[in-house]
Write a protein that binds this ligand. Sequence first.
Ligand code: 2IP
Ligand code: CA
Length: 385
Amino acid sequence: MASGMAELLRLLLSVAEKAANVARVCRQEAPLFELLVQEKTGVDKNKKFVQDFKTLADVLIQEMIRHDVCAKFPELTGFIHGEESNKFKNGLGESVIVRVCAQEEDTTALLAKVLDGDQNAASLLTKVIHQDLQIKDETAESLQLSISPADVGIWIDPIDGTSQYIEGKEEEEPDEGFCPFGLPCALVLIGVYLRSTGQPVMGVINQPFNHKDSTGKGWKGQHLWGVSYGEVNVCSFKHRRPSCPQKRDGLSVLLSSSEKPAVKDALAAIPSSSLMYASGAGYKILCVVQGLVDVYVLSEGSTFRWDSCAPHALLRALGGGVSDLRECMRARVSGNKGHTAELTYHQPHTESQGVDRWANRGGIIAYLDSSIIDKVVAALAGKIF
Ligand code: 2IP
Ligand code: CA
């Protein structure tokens, strides 16, 4: 079954590119853009649909990935998870289950029903969803892994950094640097984990808005992937030395702008550390993957398995990882220094309800070099949790 995982990777690269096309089309085509940015206020609040169009875009991407993957790999049915529920209510109060149909016209009809009869918007979306798109990548195609698609499960975050996507600030990513906010922070994340151990083994990241095209109006994206299983560690991103200008000497730490002041103060007290901020959980891990910062630290349980699975696989392929911050701190207290407490992706917190079952609730620490864990944990000891 060696080629099964290579085939799966090729399919995930293609379907992530289709997802990026949906994300771009929703901002580029006027009828969709109007729906995307509509503010639901006052009397108009429930006139259109009960859920937002942005949620529909998310669900649609998720269902498209599910549809395309299950069509080729039926053994993955029931093992593809995402954040969104596909049950919708339209303006007439009718319940519609959003799914991608075998025939294009059936998908259009179904979407028109969710979109309160807006045929134009429905067919614009359907066209992208049903396009046949193949991404070619020689390295990906020559992969040999001793596991098969029947051994894995998938986490999808259709659009991570939704607020940046909706706000749409047109920052371009600087050469060898990162954007603190704006469209480049929005990412499509598809992570693959091993059903038996929960270890992330494959990740595809598509950044739909990486740089402007030659007309200056549209956007071009980029994708990255990584595979880490057994002896095979391959990442499409290659590090260039010396690293970027934003990465200074000392320890560069990337945080959410909403991080607790106590955490910021404790990390700022590490000799020659510098704190930086960016939007999007996936984007922050991607900055670590690209070596633009040394570490991403988050003290809250505000990210979920779908946020971290894909970029975690890329970090592992490069020798790094993503760990549970609280577990790392506990390990230090109990003298178990060096225990990395890496996140796994197969088991829910059974005592929790809804999305909290899949929260990365001890916070996270993402690194290329695991010796950084000790420095961060020592600085935070006694200050949080
Ligand atoms: C969000 C998104 C946010 C992030 C949050 C994620 O996912 O990545 O940007 O917060 O943790 O759950 P922050 O930017 O402060 O790190 P989504 O956009 O899919 O809701
Ligand atoms: Ca997310």
